[in-house]
Every structure is written in structure tokens, then in C-alpha cells.
Ligand binder design. Sequence first.
Ligand code: UDP
Length: 255
Amino acid sequence: MSGTPSDIKLIDENGIRIDGRKADEMRPLKIEAGVLKRADGSAYLEWGKNKVIAAVYGPRECHPRHMQNPAKAIVQCKYNMMSFSVSDRKRPGPDRRSIEISKIISEALENVVFTENFPRTSIDVYIEVLQANAGTRVAGLTAASVALADAGIPMKDLVPAVAVGKAEGQIVLDLNKEEDNFGSADLPIAMIPRTGEVLLMQMDGHMTMEEVEIALGYAKKACQEIYEVQKDALRRRYAAQAGAVDEDDSSDEEA
Ligand code: UDP
């Protein structure tokens, strides 16, 4: 995050951002659940120019064994950005950033999964970023919680997440890449709309208390919107599954 170069104007005189959005407008979001056959649960998400896939395996035996917790399951998330996901090739393999993001997503998910139901096991969550355009940690978390639900893992609720930030002195919802690079603050946040519980909140840059209030208001409204998209993805998934079962039943009857 650095100062805006003079030739880049992130918000015009009418308050419109470079991708045509207003300050409190989110990029288009699409989620599909159950996209991978081998995984216990999965989800594919497109959010603006971000493309993310999440796969869940487990609860299964925890390896390495010394990580086992006799009282509950552990949630182990691996966030990875493909080399081709960004404009400059990203060096393959884990780095400090991906280790940090994996940790904060694991912790957010551990707070919603009923881990005490599955002692000694591991719930493994893989997040692969195929295309990145800022906000991939919140996109990954949003997809991962749908994948967990798709795996049938009991959890308190889904976890919608979004980043709010500051560009040209204005609070803006769901930062794009230019706003992330040249804006002055980035506040990723995950919130359960039903309870208002915050599961993730990070801050890069500076905001005044008043600006944080505005940002939280934007995040709350957006999380509700994201939550509806998540639920809709699961509804479509289960409707498709029920349709497939009905078809099986009728072919059994015909046989
Ligand atoms: N990015 C990149 N190369 C990298 C890491 C990040 O080009 O090695 C870009 C990518 O578009 C990413 C954005 O910078 O989405 C912002 O990254 P940040 O660390 O703020 O995390 P994110 O906003 O994706 O959660």
C-alpha cells in the first residue's frame, strides 16, 4: 500500500471508482458448491476478477499425530496462490503471506466448526487462488465455509467475509487491485450476520474511529449480501443432489 501516483485517479469527481462502482458497492459474486468429486466438500467462487476454489477433506485422522487434540478436531487450512494467478509470476510454494493467510483462515473456521464433535481428527481445507485481484483471503474464507457446509461438517454458521478500505480519503467496500495497491487502508473482515460475531479482522494502513465505523457498517451490509449468495449456492447444490436421487429412484422402479 503506497501513495497514489498522480496519473491514477481511484475515484472520480462523481464518486465513481475506476471499475464503475460506488463506494459501498461490491463486485459481482458467484459461488457454486460441490464442484469436485474427490473432495468431501468443495466450492468455486468468482468475485470480480478473483477466481478461487476451496476443497475440504475430513474429519480424518490427523497427521502429524503430535498435532492431534484429544478433545477436538483441528482445522488446517492451506491457502495457495497459483503462479499464473497474478500479473507478475508468483514464485510457487508457501511464503510468509500464504502462511499468515492460512493461519487466519484456519482460526476463523475453527471458531464456527463444532470441533469438539470430532476429537483427534483434522479437517483439511485447501484454498487455491486461480486468479487474483485483491481480496483473495476473504474470497478464500467465503468459499471455504461453503465447502465445509458442502462436506456436511456441523458448524454454527457460514462465514461471509469482505475487505473494506480507504482510497483517496474515502471508505470503499470490496477493494479492487488498484485500490489495494494505491489506497491507504485495507480492513478484511468476516462477520456472521445472524449474531454480528466477528471471526476475522485485520488492518493494514490507518483509519480514524469514524472511518472504522463507516467501514464496519459497509462490511455488515456486504456480509449479509454474501451470506445470501453462500446459502443460495448450497440450496442449488442440494436441489441438484435431490434431483439426482429422484432420478436414481425412478430408474430403480423402471428396472
Ligand atoms: N498480489 C500479487 N502478488 C503476490 C501477492 C499478492 O500480485 O505475490 C496481489 C493479488 O492481486 C492480491 C493483492 O495483491 O489479491 C492483494 O494482496 P493482499 O496481500 O492484500 O491479500 P488479499 O487482498 O488478496 O487478501
